[in-house]
Design a protein around this ligand. Structure first.
Ligand SMILES: NC(=O)c1ccc[n+]([C@@H]2O[C@H](COP(=O)([O-])OP(=O)(O)OC[C@H]3O[C@@H](n4cnc5c(N)ncnc54)[C@H](OP(=O)(O)O)[C@@H]3O)[C@@H](O)[C@H]2O)c1
Length: 426
């Protein structure tokens, strides 16, 4: 396996996601830095303060001029907007056979068919992992992991702002307006929140998912959309009384060969895979044959998660679609020493001992000798043959030390079987 080709990349848009991508690219030991060389950047304002130093990078006032740069391999479009400069720059790149990586769901949802056609005509890749559910690699799962499956339905909580607002309304009993104002103060909602709370952003993402699941191009205009702004505290409380939670859910499926795409608030049973989602997380649930049901959950927005998805597309392109068997080509395999056993943690221990005086004291002595502190201790009912199970939990202890103590305990004459040790999740 040869090292990947280092791609010459232009980044148009240096805001939340573009800044996150430059941050990631600046980590010299990372896979992204090995895969790409940034040969130009573009944004609206050259003088605006940025989280990353761009003074050493060639600047382009026009993103389309960047897309037209001689020798460019990939244009990364992170400006946003379904029309205007983003669309023009992407079209310019594709027409020249230059690959495009974008996080722009509005552009794909509105113009997916024409852009796909342009990409195919010019044999240029068009990648968009970051456009749906941010850091959750759902596009890769659908395109690659599930490529032999027939998807029967896809559903998702696809807008972190809405989920944050609903979660806060539930926890605080506050009104939609008050929680929205808070969310805006904290940066979870835009100054103009219509796109998010009106369900349109979720609609864009759903139309892209539906295109992948059921064939055809994204058909955003055909999505039935209802947002969350009409919801009141009384609805949230009533849902709780019914043992349910309200979530903004996007669903797509085929009904008699017709495509149904709906975004709207739903009352989900508490054990539904999408119901437990807290805060700004996103989730996508896929029903497919023969795999069954799959639910992917993770951060749907933010600089790090979204840049992670953009970077994955870039690294894929650098490998020309042929990935190493493991994380890197075998010539770059790293040989690492094996980690010590366990580390610190709390543990559950079950012992079976003979039912007679002094045994518990003997066990406690061994544990104390090895510095193991007992948190809870209980002796269960005596079983036949006068054996008695003892169950204890420890305070935080080095696993290695506990295992040494248990090996000693197992050797006590009154202990009738090997101790059972289970880690307690922190
Ligand atoms: N933010 C997220 O968490 C997230 C998650 C998933 C997908 N996305 C998508 O990623 C894209 C970027 O989002 P973002 O949050 O990073 O946006 P943002 O913070 O508003 O940044 C937009 C960037 O584009 C530049 N820009 C805007 N219009 C331009 C123009 N006409 N010419 C040149 N540059 C222009 C801006 O320049 P200035 O900096 O000079 O103003 C800014 O650098 C959008 O399509 C969005 O839907 C975002």
């Amino acid at each position: 396996m040869t090292a990947p080709k280092r791609l010459r990349v232009g980044v148009a848009g240096l805001g939340v996601v573009g800044g996150g991508l430059l941050d990631l690219a600046a980590r010299k030991d990372g896979q992204l830095a090995q895969a790409i060389e940034i040969v130009g950047v573009s944004a609206r304002s050259r003088s605006r303060a940025r989280s990353v130093d761009i003074s050493g990078l060639p600047w382009f006032d026009s993103p389309s001029d960047l897309a037209a740069l001689e020798g460019l391999d990939v244009l990364v479009e992170l400006m946003g907007g379904s029309d205007g400069p983003a669309k023009h720059a992407v079209e310019t790149a594709l027409r020249r056979g230059v690959a495009v990586v974008t996080a722009n769901k509005a552009l794909l949802a509105e113009h997916g068919a024409e852009l796909a056609t342009l990409a195919e005509q010019n044999r240029a890749a068009l990648r968009y992992e970051a456009a749906v559910a941010g850091g959750v690699p759902v596009i890769k799962v659908l395109r690659e992991g599930l490529s032999a499956n027939q998807v029967t339905a896809v559903a998702g909580v696809l807008n972190g702002t809405c989920n944050y607002i609903l979660t806060r309304m539930e926890a605080s009993g506050a009104s939609f307006g008050d929680v929205l104002a808070d969310a805006q103060r904290l940066g979870y909602a835009e100054a103009d929140p219509t796109f998010d709370v009106g369900g349109f952003d979720a609609g864009h993402k759903l139309s892209i998912l539906a295109a992948l699941c059921f064939g055809g191009a994204p058909s955003f205009r055909a999505v039935r959309i209802e947002g969350i702004s009409a919801l009141e505290p009384v609805d949230i409380a009533a849902a709780r009384d019914l043992g349910r939670r309200i979530k903004l859910v996007g669903r797509a499926r085929l009904v008699d060969d017709r495509l149904e795409q709906v975004v709207r608030p739903e009352l989900l049973a508490r054990d539904h895979p999408l119901a437990g989602l807290e805060g700004a997380l996103n989730a996508v649930m896929i029903d497919a044959a023969p795999v069954g049901r799959l639910t992917l959950v993770g951060p749907g927005a933010g600089a790090g998660p979204t840049a992670s998805a953009v970077a994955a597309d870039l690294i894929d392109l650098a490998h020309g679609g042929v990935r190493p068997v493991f994380a890197s080509a075998h010539s770059r395999f790293v040989s690492r020493p094996v980690a010590d056993e366990g580390g610190q943690g709390r543990f559950y221990v079950r012992l079976r001992v003979k039912d007679r005086p002094g045994v518990i004291a003997a066990v406690s002595d061994v544990l104390a000798h090895h510095g193991v502190s007992i948190e809870t201790f209980s002796q269960k009912a005596v079983e036949d043959a006068s054996r008695v199970p003892i169950v204890l939990t420890t305070q935080a202890v080095a696993e290695k030390e506990l295992r040494t103590a248990l090996a000693e305990i197992a050797g006590l004459e009154a202990v009738v079987e090997l101790p059972c040790l289970i880690k307690i999740d922190a």
